[in-house]
Write a protein that binds this ligand. Structure first.
Ligand code: PLP
Length: 376
């Protein structure tokens, strides 16, 4: 028997075993540490354009209301989302970022003895949310190296992990950090094959970045699949990462359960107003998508020039293979004032993830990378 002396001794074992989420390094922190200015941060898949003008105006207008509690039901934002997606408001669960809804999903459907399935190299929050509620993670091998779809989710291996304890399956499409993409037809066949009591979470944090020929409206699936939950966010293409707004869409009965444990005021009033304004600015989304497409190409061309392999990406980020000393390359880039994201925690120790920036930021990254690689 171990002795119990402090509250930490009583903490749940699953929580004690958690590795903390590692966020991208903040610009201020690097400024403090190295006394640098003009830092380029390409570490957290944020929109390099900054918020849209309509969002800034909406935020200004909402300032006078901060002494009041926000609308706990998010009526106006849900209405706008319902109109946009051709769904009803009762199908929506708002979150303090989509991270919040992923966590709510885990708390509603998982606990000790139940299993969640997700892919190797999938977004790390699935593992954290699963472990935090003492459930068991079943991690499916990704598509093998060598193929066009290396590192991508392998739906066949995910299906092999189904048991009578499976309660939730998490799928990110596109996936972060790999930028890989599952064809909608393949995904639909998979969802149709899963027992209807198992929740399938389709995390589409990056769907706004898909090119028109690839983009697919998964909301139409909700009518056929009572066990489907689609999650979206305002943090990436909509440019609101700092405000924390995301949402889940599901059939009303599922949304009702999610909303029961949602904290009543989990999305603040400024964020609600900003998200509603962001939804109305389709031109900003299109500009963001085009800028991203050019930036992906620019980075891919630059990596080709440097002789570096990368994982083809449809997101607003790309994983480049810098070799076994990726931690040194990461540190070297910091000294050059460029923050990227190590992905060793994803079991990708040879890669770094680079978010797509403005053209001049992408150039700064490529130049810094060239300098650093000459030195290591
Ligand atoms: C960034 C990201 C999210 C969510 O971020 P929030 O800021 O919490 O909305 C969700 N899923 C994936 C795959 C992401 O990369």
């Amino acid at each position: 028997m171990s002795t119990i002396n402090t509250p930490c001794d009583l903490a749940l074992d699953a929580v004690k075993a958690l590795l903390p989420y590692q966020p991208g390094k903040p610009i201020d922190e690097l400024e403090r540490e190295l006394g640098l200015t003009n830092i380029v941060k390409l570490a957290s898949n944020e929109n390099p354009l900054g918020p849209s003008l309509l969002v800034k105006q909406a935020i200004e207008k909402s300032i006078d209301e901060v002494s009041l509690y926000p609308d706990g039901n998010g009526f106006a934002l849900k209405q706008a989302l319902a109109n946009k997606h051709g769904i009803t408001s009762e199908m929506i669960t708002l979150g303090n970022g989509s991270n919040d809804v992923l966590d709510i999903i885990a708390r509603v459907f998982l606990n000790e003895g139940r299993e969640a399935i997700f892919s190797e190299y999938a977004f790390v929050v699935y593992a954290i949310a699963t472990q935090a509620v003492n459930a068991t993670a079943r991690v499916a091998k990704a598509k093998p190296l060598g193929g066009d779809d290396a590192y991508g989710h392998d739906l066949a291996t995910m299906a092999e992990l189904l048991t009578d304890k499976t309660a939730v399956i998490f799928i990110a499409n596109p996936n972060n950090p790999t930028g890989t993409w599952l064809e909608p037809a393949e995904l639909e066949t998979f969802i149709a094959s899963v027992s209807k009591h198992i929740v399938v979470v389709l995390d589409e944090a990056y769907c706004e970045y898909l090119q028109p020929e690839t983009a697919f409206d998964s909301m139409q699936w909700l009518a056929h699949f009572p066990n489907l939950i689609i999650t979206r966010t305002f943090s990436k293409a909509y440019g609101l990462a700092g405000l924390r707004v995301g949402y889940a869409v599901s059939q009303p009965a599922v949304a009702d359960l999610l909303n029961r444990i949602r904290q009543p005021f989990n999305v603040n009033s400024i964020a609600l107003a900003a998200a509603e304004a962001a939804l109305s600015d389709q031109a900003y989304i299109e500009q963001s998508r085009e800028l991203n497409q050019q930036g992906l190409q620019q980075l891919a061309d630059g990596f080709d020039r440097l002789g570096l392999a990368y994982i083809p990406s449809v997101g607003n980020f790309i994983c480049v293979e810098v070799g076994g000393n990726s931690a040194d390359v990461y540190q070297g880039l910091l000294k050059q004032g460029v923050i990227v994201r190590p992905v060793a925690a994803y079991n990708m120790p040879r890669h770094l993830r680079v978010s797509v920036g403005l053209a001049e930021q992408n150039i700064a990254l490529l130049e810094a990378l060239e300098t650093v690689l000459q030195g290591v």
